[in-house]
Write a protein that binds this ligand. Structure first.
Ligand SMILES: Nc1ncnc2c1ncn2[C@@H]1O[C@H](COP(=O)(O)OP(=O)(O)OP(=O)(O)O)[C@@H](O)[C@H]1O
Length: 624
């Protein structure tokens, strides 16, 4: 067992993406003071006006922090978040009216459950739509629940609304229970957000936001993770809605399902900063200040819709990241200005596979069965009139490094897309280890042992290098999703793989800051996290320097010596012919030749369709 070769020491790094301990502690200090002030405010001041303002801020903060999970993390923008406040309000309103002897507080968890169930339905919709279409659906959803509340008069009271029981406690502390219940719900919401961000689930959601198709190829179970995110984004919001409804003592459909409430919640999130823990809370308090200003000085009512709608547009254009991330970026710029950081740092010389502890299964080559690991049978895919893959049939023997070559546009990348379900085939069969996989979604194919890199790398740009690797999910279980990803065993395995590809020193850099060659290495580490049986590499030597091409070749050979099977698309003929056996040649979407590198070199059909006479002359010159 050889020791890992040394890499660029992490100590040299000036990680831009990671917060320094001082910034972290300043942030924690500010949050602790704010939380303390929030807790003692009703004791310090009995001013009902300010208590009311804080209560509304807390409702916005819970709504925005819930929204953060689907919008900030998973990238699904919803303008219907206010509906969950309304649903919570109506749950308590209806139940408190029916069961007068029961304290209304008991209906809070029920309100959370109702919101969660409705969110589950919205989550199901998200499986079929995304982007602007999804935003429109969420607005329609908001109006739909409002229409139901208006028309289901026997339950909701229709436009006449519902009255709730008046608080039974001392008038001196009339707001306290509402205030502290909302503080407690906010604390639970924030705790859940903090926990999700640290888990495999959180990594999966951010990966979905960054590139949903790619996320599926690294084993992220899109349907389940999205639905969990939707439910998590609504459950505490429903509870907050119930507390808010009880606090108002009267609810009606116009107030509880107003689009203004949803706009204010979205704005709170966008102004404070998506995908941050405290951004939505900061944003909520700022929005409530503006709310009060608009009510007192601008006439309230529709003026507020005009004000907040306009503000929404301005924030999207001029403050797309929100306050907290912008502040963090500013501090990071000041901290790193004039320092070289990792720019130009050498890629590490890499470690040894044998030093990896538990992630990659090392196989004795003599135990590899003599069979085809991948079989592609009569696969077809057309784009309009273009038959990109037209009856491709070939096999990849287990334990081989198989090459797939062919002219530009011959269908190689499309074939990869069909094999990993980035695109669904029109017809044909794909077998992995003897099992049909052509009807499985991408993430299930990844769990069956398929890993794939892309011709133009597709890392998750806003995630750090380490997060990119740790996001990959080898299998699926709810227990797996709850695993902490940013530290512990998962992070250790990812670091080992980064060490192996020579990129450990870059672990805290955001992926978009890496060079193309560095991204290729991280993408390789990312799919190794899946411990795949079959690795599809799309142009691994394309666009990188000769030293890295050599290192890439060495890693492929070493991984292969430990039992990994490869299918490689590559235009660098020397790279393919030195490394691969067998080699398949694709032309016009079908395999026209297969054989050893020597057979391919000398096949007249291949020379005619792809290699050309120049290649034959150059190849002869190189070998003489
Ligand atoms: N999404 C798409 N929509 C329409 N046509 C497509 C799409 N993807 C691929 N094609 C077409 O299918 C054919 C095969 O493309 P593909 O990218 O698979 O070729 P390739 O062999 O990988 O090429 P290269 O070596 O240049 O990467 C091309 O004619 C291409 O224009």
């Amino acid at each position: 067992m050889s020791a890992p070769a040394t890499t660029t020491e992490p100590a040299e790094a000036a990680p831009a993406a990671r917060r320094t301990p001082s910034t972290l502690w300043i942030g924690r200090g500010v949050a602790a003071v704010a939380a303390l002030l929030l807790l003692i405010f009703p004791i310090l001041s009995d001013d009902i006006y300010y208590q009311n303002m804080i209560i509304l801020s807390l409702v916005f903060a819970i709504g925005a922090s819930g929204l953060n999970i689907i919008t900030g993390f998973a990238g699904y923008v919803s303008l219907g978040q206010g509906a969950f406040i309304g649903l919570g309000g109506y749950t308590i309103g209806v139940l408190a009216g029916r069961f007068e002897s029961v304290s209304p507080w008991w209906w809070l968890p029920v309100a959370g459950l109702v919101a969660a169930l409705v969110a589950l339905l919205l989550g199901l919709v998200s499986l079929r739509s995304s982007g602007p279409a999804f935003v429109i659906i969420t607005v329609a959803f908001l109006f739909l629940v409002q229409v139901i509340a208006v028309n289901w008069v026997s339950v909701t009271g229709g436009t006449a609304g519902l009255s709730l029981p008046l608080p039974s406690w001392d008038r001196d502390i009339i707001n306290w229970p509402f205030y502290y219940v909302l503080v407690a719900v906010l604390a639970m919401q924030l705790l859940m957000t903090w926990w999700i961000r640290r888990t495999k689930l959180g990594m999966g959601l951010i990966a979905i936001r960054e590139d949903e198709t790619k996320a599926a190829t690294i084993g992220i179970n899109l349907p389940v993770e999205k639905i969990i995110a939707f439910v998590a984004s609504a459950v505490f919001v429903g509870m907050a809605g119930a507390a808010y409804g009880y606090y108002l003592t009267f609810i009606d459909p116009r107030g509880m399902f107003s689009i203004l409430l949803s706009v204010q919640i979205v704005l709170s999130l966008l102004i404070g900063g998506k995908a941050t823990l405290w951004g939505p809370v900061l944003g909520a308090f700022l929005i409530e200040l503006m709310n009060e200003y608009a009510n007192n000085n601008l006439g309230g009512g529709n003026t507020r819709l005009f004000l907040f709608g306009g503000l929404l547009v301005l924030v999207v254009i001029f403050l797309p990241k929100g306050l907290l991330p912008s502040l963090e970026a500013l501090l990071s710029r000041r901290r790193t200005s004039g320092k070289a950081g990792l720019v130009g740092a050498r890629i590490g010389s890499g470690g040894s596979l044998a030093s990896l502890t538990d992630r990659v299964q090392l196989v004795d080559r003599s135990e590899i069965p003599d069979r085809a690991l991948l079989e592609v049978r009569d696969l077809r895919k057309s784009f309009g009139g273009v038959r990109a893959v037209d009856g491709a049939t070939f096999t990849v023997p287990e334990g081989s490094i198989t090459g797939l070559i062919g002219p530009n546009g011959s269908g190689k990348t499309t074939l990869f897309n069909l094999i990993d379900d980035t695109i669904r085939a029109d017809s044909g069969e794909i077998l992995l280890g003897g099992k049909r996989i052509e009807t499985l979604p991408s993430w299930k194919r990844a769990h069956q042992g398929l890993g794939r890199t892309f011709q133009i790398t597709r890392l998750f740009g806003e995630m750090t290098v380490l997060e990119n690797v740790v996001a990959a999910q080898r299998s699926f279980s709810l227990g797996q999703l709850g695993k902490i990803a940013v530290s512990g065993a998962e992070a250790r395995a990812a670091e080992e793989l980064l060490e192996y590809v020579g990129m450990r020193a870059f672990r805290d850099q955001r992926a978009h800051a890496l060079s193309y060659g560095q991204q290729k290495l991280v993408e390789l580490a990312q799919i190794l996290m899946l411990d795949p049986q079959l690795i599809l590499l799309d142009e691994p030597a394309g666009g990188i320097n000769p030293v890295l091409i050599e290192r890439m070749g060495e890693m492929i050979e070493e991984l292969n010596s430990y039992g990994k099977t490869f299918l490689i698309v590559e235009h660098n003929m020397q790279f393919v012919l030195n490394l691969c056996d067998p080699v398949h040649v694709l032309a016009r979407g079908r395999a026209i030749a297969s054989g050893t590198p020597d057979q391919i070199r000398n096949d007249p059909a291949v020379i005619d369709a792809y290699l050309g006479d120049d290649f034959v002359l150059e190849d002869k010159a190189a070998s003489s």
